[in-house]
Write a protein that binds this ligand. Structure first.
Ligand code: GDP
Length: 290
């Protein structure tokens, strides 16, 4: 993987070419981790674990510290199962999150990602209050090679669109259903009730395989606070971090997992149709540290 904006590589480079580990090394490492948005708690824990390892192995070689950093990060990431569960037929995925985080774009990219694995996909436009949102989703669905089920009129009950989308999948043998939902924050209570209803209606027809909460990585910890209601009420099973391109916050991926207890399952790294990847911890840590 080429060097990304969120890679620690540049920040660490000077540190690991020094002849020996000294107090400056630790200070530089702390600054690098905090800058990458690991957050103070995780940064402190990582530094403690690393100091312990350095002592245990009686090394003063910064290259050993680099290896240990990689190992330690991998251990932390490995605590989460980042695999997408899409084995049901149809596999129904509900995509939730506040407006502007990249939900619609993610659905288009995800459809494209699944099409590359030869999966048939239908998207459901259950954000029925803005006609523009439906049109935007239709454009992305087309680019992603997915069918779309639209509301028959503006403001149609979102749960009924979700129902029709699952029905479409069952009737046509479509393998994956991606349901877009509304993200209006000012009607939080109403929105959570709406999501609850969508879930109940879908579950009458098919189990829900994943509820993916989309978070904008550039907003970091604030984004998590904004999404708290979804975390509390929507039964989230996985996170999608968007806009990681152009963000220096690679550490946020671990911070958000530890803070919410929910694994990151997809990463969005650009506005192009191909800019979504599954989340493979060791590949990510490799790119983060090297
Ligand atoms: P929604 O309101 O949550 O459905 O958000 P949209 O899908 O409409 O996205 C909002 C904006 O974020 C759009 O301008 C997208 O092009 C942009 N966006 C979404 N994902 C990414 C990403 O991974 N990287 C970048 N740079 N921009 C993104």
């Amino acid at each position: 993987m080429a060097e990304r904006s969120w890679s620690l590589g540049r920040a660490l480079r000077g540190m690991f070419v020094k002849p020996v580990i000294d107090e400056n090394t630790w200070e530089d490492l702390e600054t690098a981790l905090l800058t990458a948005d690991f957050g103070p708690d995780i940064t402190e824990r990582l530094l403690e674990e690393l100091r312990e390892k350095v002592e245990r192995y009686r090394t003063t070689d910064p290259r050993d510290l680099q290896r240990m950093l990689k190992e330690t990060l991998e251990e932390h990431f490995a605590a989460f199962d980042t695999t997408l569960r899409l084995t049901e037929r149809p596999a129904v995925v509900l995509v939730v999150g506040v407006n502007g985080v990249g939900k619609t774009t993610t659905i288009g990219k995800f459809a494209h990602f699944l099409r590359r694995y030869d999966r048939s996909v239908v998207v459901g436009a259950a954000d029925t209050f803005r006609a523009a949102a439906v049109d935007q989703l239709a454009t992305w669905a087309e680019r992603g090679g997915a069918a779309i089920v639209r509301p028959q009129q503006e403001g149609q009950d979102p749960a009924s669109v979700a129902f029709q989308t699952v029905e479409y999948a069952k009737n046509t043998g479509t393998e994956i259903v991606l349901v877009d939902t509304a993200g209006r924050l000012h009607t939080k209570g109403g929105l959570m009730d709406e999501l609850g209803k969508i879930k109940r209606v879908i579950e009458k027809q098919a189990p829900i395989s994943e509820v993916l909460l989309v978070l904008d990585a550039t907003t970091g910890q604030n984004g998590v606070m904004q999404a708290q209601a979804f975390l509390e009420h929507a039964g989230v099973t996985g996170l999608v971090l968007t806009k990681l391109d152009g963000s220096a916050k690679g550490g946020f991926v671990l911070a958000v997992q530890e803070r919410t207890g929910i694994p990151v399952k997809l990463l969005g790294q650009g506005e192009g149709i191909g800019d979504l990847t599954g989340f493979t911890p060791h590949v990510f840590v490799d790119a983060l540290v090297s």
